[in-house]
Design a binder for this molecule. Structure first.
Ligand code: KG4
Ligand code: ZN
Length: 343
């Protein structure tokens, strides 16, 4: 099936053309970072307007790069949620209009489902596996038993990991989005200059918390009383990244042990982090675990990632109704259970 995939949940408009849920023919992204950067974060109303402007030309460009046209598209997968409601509605409305005009099937896919299955576009990872989804809005651990078969094992009880990176960057006077900047500066910093707490690590559950870590960074910055030179900023970036990675790694390893899983997939924008990649790779060697990271383009928000579940659902006869609505708050397990009722 030749699938058109559309993602517009946050600050990236993304369109992909994917064959059979496996072969990416095009995967284009228009980022709105420049629009939001001067506000230090995503402004929802501006995001919706940017999506509106971007979507039509982006679909045209994606079709052209794929060497196809709208008449050849056989199905549509679109992010239904979670995300910014106005932003999601642009993608969902566009998808519904094309599906209606062309009389082709359409299915609304969960954004995190896209992230945790994206790896399948690059390499075959056998089920079951443990998925750590770390993005600007999520820090979740799932057991993935197959497409549509997810068990939530743990989640953040406050901020998402990416959100914590972004907020710490803001405290340090660094631009939005902060994750990539912290990552770059951490390489020049000395993490041993200060140690930040590892919240929840001693708790025997699989949940995360990043709010306390963020507050201790703020307290430390205040204790420096304005002596925040470039080296101090790099040292804080390194120490914060070390603490965040440590918590994500330890909880993931615990989940793998408890669940008896030997494959780990790390997904979402924070999975681009070089410290996270390094530590997971190192830990896996000692523990006889296989750790998989999608390439950076498939880690951060993109549309191709929706095609893995989208194609499978459409092939099994799943159809979203023509009055499909976007959902800003939508638990993954709830989204998937709907499709599991299918034959
Ligand atoms: O998955 P994503 O593109 O969008 C959401 O679904 O949220 O993730 C974006 C998040 C942002 O918080 C960004 O700062 C973070 O991923 N991020 C990183 C890195 N690259 C992106 N965080 C840490 N290190 C990075 N290299
Ligand atoms: Zn995302």
């Amino acid at each position: 099936m030749l699938l058109l995939a559309i993602e517009s949940s946050c600050d990236e408009t993304a369109v992909a053309i994917v064959r059979d849920g496996r072969e990416i023919l095009s995967n284009l992204i228009v980022s709105q970072i420049d629009v939001h950067a001067r506000f230090g974060g995503v402004v929802p109303e501006l995001a919706s307007r940017q999506h509106l402007q971007a979507i039509c030309p982006l679909v045209d460009a994606a079709l052209e790069e794929a060497g196809s046209n709208l008449e050849q598209i056989e199905g549509i997968a679109v992010t239904r949620g979670p995300g910014l409601i106005g932003a999601l509605l642009v993608g969902v409305s566009y998808a519904k209009a094309v599906a209606f005009a062309r009389q082709i099937p359409m299915v609304g896919v969960h954004h995190i489902e896209g992230h945790i299955l994206a790896i399948q576009l690059e390499q075959k990872v056998e089920y079951p596996y443990l998925a750590l989804a770390v993005s600007g809005g999520h820090s979740h651990l799932f057991r993935v038993d197959g497409i549509g078969k997810y068990v939530l094992l743990g989640r953040t009880i406050d901020d998402a990991a990416g959100e914590a990176f972004d907020k710490v960057a803001k405290m340090l006077g660094l631009p939005y989005p902060g994750g990539p900047v912290i990552d770059r500066l951490a390489a020049q910093g000395d993490a041993s200059r200060v140690r930040f707490p590892r919240p929840m690590l001693k708790k025997p559950n699989l949940d995360f918390s990043f709010s306390g870590m963020k507050t201790s960074v703020l307290t430390y910055i205040e204790s420096l009383a304005g002596q925040l030179d470039d080296q101090a900023v790099a040292d804080i970036a390194a120490a914060f990244q070390e603490a965040a990675v440590d918590v994500l790694l330890q909880k993931t390893l615990r989940a793998a042990r408890e669940q008896g899983l030997t494959r780990i997939v790390v997904a979402g924008g924070v999975a681009c982090n070089s410290g996270l990649r390094r530590e997971f790779k190192l830990a896996s060697q000692g523990e006889q675990l296989a750790v998989y990271f999608p390439s950076p383009l498939l880690c951060s928000d993109n549309a191709a990632m929706l095609a893995v579940a989208g194609d499978a659902y459409l092939e099994r006869g799943a159809r979203s109704p023509s009055d499909l609505n976007a959902v800003s708050n939508w638990p993954l397990v709830e989204a998937a259970s709907h499709f599991n009722l299918l034959p």
